[in-house]
Design a binder for this molecule. Structure first.
Ligand SMILES: Cc1ncc(COP(=O)(O)O)c(C=O)c1O
Length: 461
């Protein structure tokens, strides 16, 4: 906090100095800035780098830092023609995603999002793995389009249901899901989505011109009893499903429903896209096996990402399938980005094959379990009117029902005003919602702040 404040103070002082100075003026030395603003040399370096990136200063090593020549001002462009050219149809509806990726003000308690916070990133082990990866021969060259052999092998071994030749490496889970939804359908096709579910599927399906058919979930996962009629009536070829710690509800698909789902897929010739996004965020284990492990004839297309349990910056996932579907996925992936950065894959394999990974998984399970229980306790004592629909045995979210009459969007907006960021539940529904909900994320925030977040939430309800 102190560092943030002093960095902001130095940045605003230098902005003022630059605004009033003539181009070419030399800025005070690092030592002088340190002394004047009582900051560390690292803070000075950081701020100067930011100013250089904005083109406001030029750094001449050995000479100093100088106010840059002001860029010639362009007259304001008339971009109105683009509205006419693009038309009113906005196929990519990403507003819900952007809300999730938003970084709130430093004083705001974050109970929204979907990645572990910095305190849970295994930074030392990752730095060591990255350093070793950078030194490997050939690391700067091209990598195979399907992914590094060692990375495919690691995922295949973890998943257990595919051999490495059936695994593609993608830049994170969202990329894998987007490739799979687009490659397995044609515009105009029907796709079945759970409701509520992760908005990442809905946006891709809409963008690809698919007709979305919602099927409700409850605390045991997808309502398979409602599925067959929808498959028949809509001639759907694809069902997107989260069998484990579903986002947002935390539900785990019940055993009898798993069997029924696979049986329906077999009888109707349907693909099941299994998003196994939270297997490595199990708190009370062990988790049930994947749907893929019970699939005999290539109905399951499987996605497993490591961005959530490892670090948001290590954007890697596996997309696995058998038969002609694999060839379609591979072709779609090549059109997107050719191949995934080699150094990132090398570093990830190095880390995931080391004892540090197992230690990290255990530490994450302990800590997010503590946060989950602490958040449940705080909600029960401060907000007894809010119903905790289910205590998940993994993942990083609690799905809570607000008392009737509340508007989730309004509650989330008022909560933000009081300094806590929560997600309004409506964003997760693919159809009309039955009640108002909030999704409260415990993975991104240490427990004392979560408790404070609940206090702030209670103050606006
Ligand atoms: C259910 C689910 N699947 C997939 C993703 C995509 O995550 P990533 O692209 O970081 O792997 C998310 C992200 O929040 C998610 O919640």
């Amino acid at each position: 906090m102190y560092d943030d404040n002093s960095r902001r103070a130095l940045a605003s002082a230098l902005h003022e100095l630059i605004r009033d100075a003539t181009p070419g003026t030399r800025l005070p030395s690092v030592r002088e800035l340190q002394r004047r603003y009582q900051v560390s040399p690292l803070t000075v370096q950081h701020v100067v780098r930011e100013l250089a990136a904005k083109g406001l200063v030029t750094v001449r090593p050995g000479n100093g830092t100088f106010v840059a020549t002001a860029p010639s001002r362009r007259p304001p462009a008339d971009l109105a023609w683009q509205h006419a050219a693009l038309g009113g149809h906005v196929p990519q509806d990403t507003a819900r995603h952007l809300a999730l990726l938003e970084v709130p003000h430093a004083d705001t308690v974050r109970m929204s999002g979907g990645y572990l916070d910095e305190t849970l990133v295994p930074d030392k082990a990752l730095i060591a793995s990255m350093t070793r990866a950078m030194r490997r021969a050939g690391v700067w060259g091209r990598t195979p389009v399907e992914g590094l052999a060692s990375m495919r092998q690691w995922f295949a071994h973890q998943i257990g249901a595919y051999n490495p030749a059936e695994v593609l490496i993608t830049s994170g889970g969202q990329s894998a899901l987007s490739i799979a939804i687009r490659a397995l359908t044609r515009p105009g096709d029907a796709v079945i989505l759970e409701t509520p579910t992760y908005p990442g599927y809905t946006s891709v399906a809409r963008g690809h011109g698919l007709e979305i058919h919602p099927v409700p979930t409850d605390r045991h996962g997808l309502r398979t009893d409602l599925l067959e009629d929808v498959i028949r009536a809509r001639v759907a070829r694809l069902i997107v499903v989260q069998p484990l710690y579903a986002n947002p509800t935390g539900s785990v698909l019940a055993d009898d429903r798993r069997r029924e789902l696979l049986d329906l897929a077999r009888r109707h010739g349907v693909f099941l896209l299994e998003d196994d996004y939270a297997r490595d965020l199990t708190i009370d284990g062990p988790p049930p096996p994947t749907l893929a492990s019970a699939d005999e004839d290539g109905h399951v297309v499987y996605v497993r990402s490591i961005t959530k349990p490892v670090a948001p910056a290590i954007r890697l996932a596996a997309l696995a399938a058998r038969g002609p579907a694999f060839a379609r996925l591979r072709a779609a992936k090549i059109l997107d980005d050719f191949y995934v950065s080699g150094p990132i894959q090398e570093a990830a394999v190095d880390f995931l094959s080391s004892p540090a990974w197992q230690r990290h998984r255990r530490a994450v399970a302990r800590e997010i379990g503590r946060r989950r229980d602490g958040l449940v306790g705080a909600l029960r004592s401060r907000l007894p009117g809010v119903e905790i629909t289910h205590i998940p045995s993994g993942g990083m979210h609690l799905w809570v029902r607000l008392p009737d009459g509340y508007d989730d969007t309004e509650v989330a907006a008022r909560a933000l005003g009081a300094g806590v960021m929560v997600s309004p539940g409506s964003a997760w529904f693919t159809a009309e919602r039955d009640s108002p909900y909030l999704r409260l994320t415990y993975g991104e925030t240490p427990l004392p702040q979560l408790v404070e977040g609940v206090r702030r939430l209670a103050s606006v309800m």
